[in-house]
Design a protein around this ligand. Structure first.
Ligand code: UD1
Ligand code: MG
Length: 461
């Protein structure tokens, strides 16, 4: 039998109180709909149709070409949304897995279980349910005296006895394609919300003698739907813990999971140690045997092995094996730090390449610069890369020594092995091996301090 999938993602998500469509809100670094899509694709469906509507272009653009899209111009309810896929399934007679775009914790194993039961029973529809301590907000699953499923009643339409039911509809279903769209077109909107409810198809099928099955999910946390930002925070916490557990099981030490925030898109090598209050975001990759944190934020970075980063922020940059960063470094986009580079306290780097073994130990700004292998950038060095109109680069050769408090006024080149005198403002290129120095010669005035004291004492009188 063939299996295809539909993800319902056309709703605005009114309860989110947001300008962004609900399914684009992020959970651990990825939009909710991306999480759902990944789970669906891991079930190896032969195709996926995404129903978009509210800001549909934004949603479609995010998921890219891996899915077909169907457009629901007006959000008239979940049955109406699924009906928009009618054309996409012309001539298809396999099964269709339907999921909502707002259940980002769903795992592919659970979808496979649902499909296996659906295939085994041969039902026209099989619904994934769950039993919740607090079922508020969800559709309730109403069963008959013998335990057979009869219908699903939405919270807003339920009578008190139905509200007391703790088995809920997860919004995940498997349907036989045959007859599905015909049945959907029969559903009416005479309910509390005036919407075409997909859930009504259950009662419709039962009423005409088709069989409907149900699978109860083992883990209720997995099927949580996100309708508002409080639920978004709950789901974020569950997924975050799942990610941390996966990393710990693969050999990463996380000293305090409660204060560690790692996106789903991140890779970390074995024997890396993560200290508390650390954030690793986006497409970041960290090698083995690193020590990260405490109080560190890494966004879209690639770190090699044996890298130490403490109390620092690094974004969109590459840091190779054996580098030491921080405390209190700020490495902005476009930096490449080759092996064994040291970037110490209160250093800001931007769009710069530091070759192997370079040191920028303290209190410097290095922007738009190329620094050669083994060079030392003294405390307080500043690349003056901006003249108020344009940015210019600074080139420092290999094994150069930039004295403390040097201003390197770009564009400027300091050659291999050259030295700059502490406190110099370098506006002209320094040839290889030369000293570039721009400060006055020092003169000492003997006895001047005592003379001044005497003078001051006199004027006091
Ligand atoms: C739905 C179910 C409810 C279930 C819950 C599980 C219905 C009528 N109710 O309620 O039984 O317990 O999910 O989380 O189906 N959507 C569209 N077009 C629309 C309306 C919705 O594409 O016209 C999409 C939304 O983008 C969302 C999904 O369908 O991804 C579910 O819609 P939502 O409004 O969240 O339904 P719930 O009230 O949560
Ligand atoms: Mg919902």
């Amino acid at each position: 039998m063939q299996l295809a999938a539909v993800i319902l993602a056309a709703g605005k998500g009114t309860r989110m109180k947001s300008g962004l469509p609900k399914v684009l809100h992020q959970v651990c670094g990825r939009a909710m709909v991306e999480h759902v899509l990944q789970a669906v694709q891991e079930v190896s469906v032969q195709k996926t149709v995404l129903v978009v509507g509210y800001q549909g272009d934004l949603v479609a653009e995010l998921v890219g070409d891996s899915v077909e899209t169907a457009y629901q111009a007006e959000q008239l309810g979940t049955a109406h949304a699924l009906l928009q896929c009618c054309d996409a399934f012309k001539g298809y007679d396999g099964d269709i897995l339907v999921v909502c775009g707002d259940t980002p914790l769903l795992r592919h194993q659970t979808l496979s279980q649902l499909y296996a039961e659906h295939s085994r029973s041969g039902s026209a529809a099989t619904v994934l349910t769950a039993v919740l301590a607090d079922p508020t907000g969800y559709g309730r699953v109403i069963r008959n005296a013998t335990g057979g499923i009869m219908k699903i009643v939405e919270q807003k339409d339920a009578v008190p006895a139905e509200l007391a039911v703790t088995e809920i509809n997860t919004g995940v279903y498997c349907f036989k394609a045959e007859g599905l769209f015909e049945a959907l077109s029969q559903i009416r909107s005479d309910n509390a919300q005036g919407e075409y409810y997909l859930t009504d198809i259950i009662e419709y099928y039962i009423g005409r003698g088709d069989s409907v099955g149900a699978v109860i999910a083992d883990d209720f946390a997995e099927v949580m739907g996100v309708n508002d930002r409080c639920q978004l925070a709950v789901v974020e916490k569950v997924l975050r813990r799942r990610i941390l557990d996966r990393l710990m099981m693969s050999g990463v030490t996380i000293m305090d999971p409660a204060s560690t925030f790692i996106d789903d898109t991140v890779d970390i090598g074995a024997d890396t140690f993560i200290y508390p209050f650390t954030f690793v975001e986006g497409k970041s990759k960290i090698g083995e045997n690193c020590r990260i944190g405490p109080s560190t934020r890494l966004v879209n970075v690639t770190l090699g092995c044996r890298v130490n980063v403490q109390n620092s922020v690094i974004t969109e940059s590459r840091v190779d094996d054996g580098c030491n960063i921080g405390p209190f470094a700020y490495i902005r986009p476009g930096c490449v730090l080759e092996k064994d580079v040291k970037v110490g306290d209160f250093v800001e780097l931007k769009n710069s390449h530091l070759d192997q073994g370079c040191k920028v130990p303290h209190l410097s700004y290095v922007g738009d610069a190329d620094v050669g292998r083994g060079s030392n950038i003294g405390c307080g060095t500043i690349t003056c890369n901006y003249d108020g109109v344009k940015k210019s680069r600074t080139w420092v050769g290999a094994y150069a020594f930039i004295g403390s408090n040097t201003n390197l006024v770009a564009p400027v080149v300091v050659g291999d092995g050259a030295i700059t005198g502490a406190g110099s403002t370098i506006t002209k290129d320094v040839p290889p091996g030369a000293l570039g120095i721009t400060r006055d010669k020092q003169k000492n005035i003997e006895g001047w301090a005592q003379k001044r004291k005497n003078h001051l004492a006199k004027t006091e009188e």
